[in-house]
Design a protein. Structure first.
Length: 396
């Protein structure tokens, strides 16, 4: 009787939830430690590392009785008023779970004219024009007497700010930044806490909209690090448990060196391609050659990585993109780049005043890493090979 084929338990392209989620205990605990101190948080991490999965897991599995955690992806917001409407709806939905508001929530709904509210924070008013910003400023101070705090996990805020900027609403973007800071700094608003994240660097977007570092320097930054060696082994154990294709210690070590940047997204790409290729061939054991072939196929198809380049193109003025892209092409062909070489390119692009801020953003957004010798290299071999294939000729 032919054995059934069992694929690894992985997911690609969307957040990992339920059995697919791999606990990031250190990051979860660091977030809780800062919330207990009363801090607001910025999760600083490159794309595809699993920020959203952690945020959603913490909301679903809240371990603190005096905290009400609420998640929202605000990516689709295209106006300042819509942002305030979402925040207001989230807070009002959170009130329903606070012990101190159980007896007065119905009276509050009647007073302000709310006829319906969903678990996601969508609200309906009884024929009433609503100034959501005013309602927020009236409502939040009323929570100060409560034992419990509401924590809003807001995903993709930088995208919202950038879209407003791109659509000629720079002042609206700046207002959101300013008002978020006001709420975080005002003692009357201490029962509302924010955990912010996004797939593009917040500091870069602030610079675009003529904001100041002071707009976010009160946020406690948590760096979302890749898996360490122990985590990597635990991750492989979890996702390949019972799977048809298994990985010996030697194969795991080789897989680790090929992926290099140990985040589930890149690991999963390789595991998935190996699994599909072997399943098609009816092959139940693999060698390092199979890992090499799978990686080559992923790189040659490259559709998983085109968005990394498009994102830079979309988020940067052309003159900035041209400079950054030349740096990335250079590293793809030459393996690394020195500070002097970066400066030389900055001179050519008339970027000598702020050239290292671009390199800093490339590090924060998960493109590059600085080596001990001071040179910069790609953080992921996948990205390096994509850039080389996408720009096959380089005479720099």
């Amino acid at each position: 009787m032919k054995e059934n084929w069992v694929s690894p338990k992985i997911i690609i392209g969307k957040e990992a939830m339920g059995d697919f989620y791999f606990r990031r205990n250190k990051i979860e605990e660091e977030i809780w430690n800062e919330l207990r101190k009363g801090n607001n948080i910025l999760i600083a991490a490159p794309r595809r590392v699993g920020k959203t999965s952690v945020m959603k897991y913490m909301v679903k599995e809240c371990i603190e009785p005096n905290y009400k955690l609420i998640f929202s992806n605000v990516q689709g917001v295209n106006a300042e008023v819509d942002f305030y409407k979402i925040i207001y709806g989230l807070i009002v939905s959170g009130l329903q779970g606070l012990k101190g508001w159980k007896s007065k929530i119905e009276g509050y709904f009647t007073k302000v004219g709310i006829s319906e509210i969903s678990l996601s924070g969508a609200i309906k008013f009884k024929e009433k024009e609503v100034d959501y910003f005013k309602e927020l400023n009236d409502l939040i101070p009323q929570l100060k007497a409560e034992e419990e705090s509401i924590v809003l996990f807001i995903d993709e805020l930088p995208e919202v700010l950038h879209n407003l900027y791109k659509n000629g609403k720079e002042k609206e973007a700046h207002n959101i930044l300013k008002n978020l800071r006001h709420w975080r700094q005002n003692p009357c608003f201490e029962k509302i806490r924010f955990v912010l994240a996004g797939s593009v660097g917040l500091h870069y977007v602030i610079g675009l909209i003529n904001g100041r570092p002071a707009d976010v320097n009160d946020l406690f930054t948590i760096n979302y690090l890749p898996l360490d060696n122990k985590d990597f082994d635990e991750y492989i154990n979890k996702v390949t448990f019972g799977a048809t294709i298994s990985y010996t210690p030697k194969l795991r070590t080789y897989l680790k060196t090929k992926v290099n940047y140990l985040v589930p997204y890149f690991i999963n790409l390789l595991l998935d391609e190996i699994d599909r290729s072997c399943r098609d061939k009816g092959q139940r054991k693999i060698s390092t050659k199979d890992i090499d072939e799978a990686m080559a196929k992923i790189i040659n198809e490259n559709h998983q990585f085109s968005d990394w380049k498009k994102r830079l193109y979309d988020y940067m003025p052309k003159e900035d993109f041209d400079f950054v892209n030349e740096v990335l092409i250079h590293i793809a062909h030459k393996d690394d780049i020195s500070i002097q070489q970066i400066y030389d390119k900055a001179q050519n692009h008339k970027k000598t005043d702020d050239y290292m801020s671009f390199i800093s953003d490339l590090i924060k957004d998960g493109y590059l890493i600085k080596q001990e010798d001071g040179k910069y290299v790609y953080i992921s071999p996948f990205l390096k090979e994509f850039w080389k294939n996408n720009n096959p000729v380089y005479n720099g």
